[in-house]
Design a binder for this molecule. Sequence first.
Ligand SMILES: *Cc1c(COP(=O)(O)O)cnc(C)c1O
Length: 436
Amino acid sequence: MNRASPGRRSRALGRRAARVLVGGVDSPVRSFRSVGGAPVFFARGRGAYLFDVDGRRYLDLVGSWGANLLGNAPPGIVAAVRRAALRGLTFGAPTPLEHELGERIRRAAPSLELLRFVSSGTEAVMSAVRVARGSTGRTKIVKFAGGYHGHSDGLLARAGSGVATHALPDSAGVPRAIVGETLVGRYNDPDHLAQLFERHGSAIAAVVIEPVAGNMGVVPPRPGFLASVSSLAHRHGALVIADEVITGFRLRRGTVHESLGLAADLVTLGKVVGGGMPVGVYGGRRAVMEMVAPLGPVYQAGTLSGHPLAMAGGIAMLDRLTDRVYATLEREGAALEERLRLEAEQARLSPFTVQRVGSMLGVFFAPGPVLDLPSAERSNRARYARFFHAALDEGVYLPPSALETTFVSAAVRPSDLERAAAAVKAGLRAARAVRP
Ligand SMILES: *Cc1c(COP(=O)(O)O)cnc(C)c1O
């Protein structure tokens, strides 16, 4: 291989797209701004591989940001979506597919006693926050620095200075008054959270947290951290929202917060549960979810919510999530981790840290362990960009941004990672050439 990506056709399409789409894309990270260069345009995907418009093949280690747990275009999911389409694209009225997917989710994730389908993770978290506020009669929410919960106003917040300070907007167009209701905790720092509760406890409606942080690379919770999050919240009468949009059905068949010690009142899902179609879910304790209209006073609606094609995709996905799938994800995740470590060692690349939970890998050009946003942000972005581009040229598609999760799919076989070894080697050697 060893060719300069993207090819001629991708470049031409990029120029054409930029004339009509903002930045040529529909979600900013796709633009390659943070690694430089022009994005690759894809024509199709199959199993572990993506094929671009120039006819080049890439091992897919993004998996549509985690949605494609079984790889690209799994035949059973594609067939189910197709069958649903032939019966009608949308009704805006109940269909059996919604409760059929709901029943499957609840059987595997019993903390969602009652649930509602929406069309994205953003909507799911935004709605869960509204329910928490409606049910507690309080307004403030706590999120953690480096956590991502979609792009709703109140969650596009970054830490101000000092413990007492309220959050600052993390985007233009987000009013200070709205993020003034958001407090920003430090991941893996229960003492800091305790201080937030001491000062604002009676005003806090909910704490929203990723049980394994997956939006600042991969940052696992330290032992006891999640248990202290929920016990602090509950002692102060606040609810806990476990944002499992990435982790749900990826790390196991169901949710992971329980086994990690987090007692959640509300849970959000997305990505994997849609089987590649647009789906978000929020659910939780029955008494809390009964606050939602039409049963209760919290309003939330959607013209295309519970969309038949999306429900069919989700059902087909869940029906394929066997123990064997999770064994494959663990095995191939571990193999990729080992490969990265080995090649980094051989390239004498330092500092370099890989943090893995199952099929989620965080690759940091920084010293470990990475425990929170400040330690994640020490990762050398110039080195990541070189790593990314060298791997891309050798046929491996990594996340085009330094602090995103690398996802392994269950379509990956040992031979695929063997074939990708040269790309990993080239990427890490290219990274080392950048001054730390
Ligand atoms: C991706 C993500 C979201 C937002 O989901 P979208 O479908 O992109 O709106 C929310 N929370 C977490 C943890 C995520 O990773």
